[in-house]
Design a protein around this ligand. Structure first.
Ligand SMILES: [Zn+2]
Length: 131
């Protein structure tokens, strides 16, 4: 078996998810799993320390060319996730994706179509997709 397509993944989620079929349950689990992703990233800073955040105002000005802005804008992140934190963050992202798929199932939305449509928008918008 190769890599599952998003469609197959969504099918898998649908078969597994007997308990949280209610839209309300799915919405709250989705939100909770989203917070858990953020929390795992924060823990890599506050508990592990493998990444650090040093912030400052973004040096963006409207006069900048796209290329200038691309090289001037900061991620504010120093360091890289260690093996342990990387696994933790990926695991929470997986659960988040699981509940996004579950939400798609309840609302009869095809996840693969969302990715295709969003990808099309990205290639139309090009470099500057800030929000
Ligand atoms: Zn770490």
């Amino acid at each position: 078996m190769g890599l599952p397509t998003l469609h197959q993944f969504q099918e898998q989620v649908s078969e597994l998810l007997l308990r949280h079929r209610s839209l309300l349950d799915v919405l709250s689990k989705y939100q909770q799993s989203n917070a858990a992703v953020n929390r795992s990233v924060v823990k890599s800073m506050t508990e592990c320390g493998c990444i650090q955040v040093h912030t400052s105002k973004q040096p963006y000005t409207p006069e900048m060319t796209l290329e200038e802005a691309k090289s001037a804008l900061e991620t504010h992140k120093d360091g890289d996730l260690c093996e342990h934190c990387l696994e933790a963050v990926k695991s929470e992202m997986g659960k988040n994706l699981f509940y996004l798929s579950a939400l798609c199932n309840v609302l009869d939305i095809d996840l693969e179509t969302i990715v295709e449509e969003e990808s099309r928008k990205c290639s139309t918008l090009g470099l500057f997709k800030m929000s």
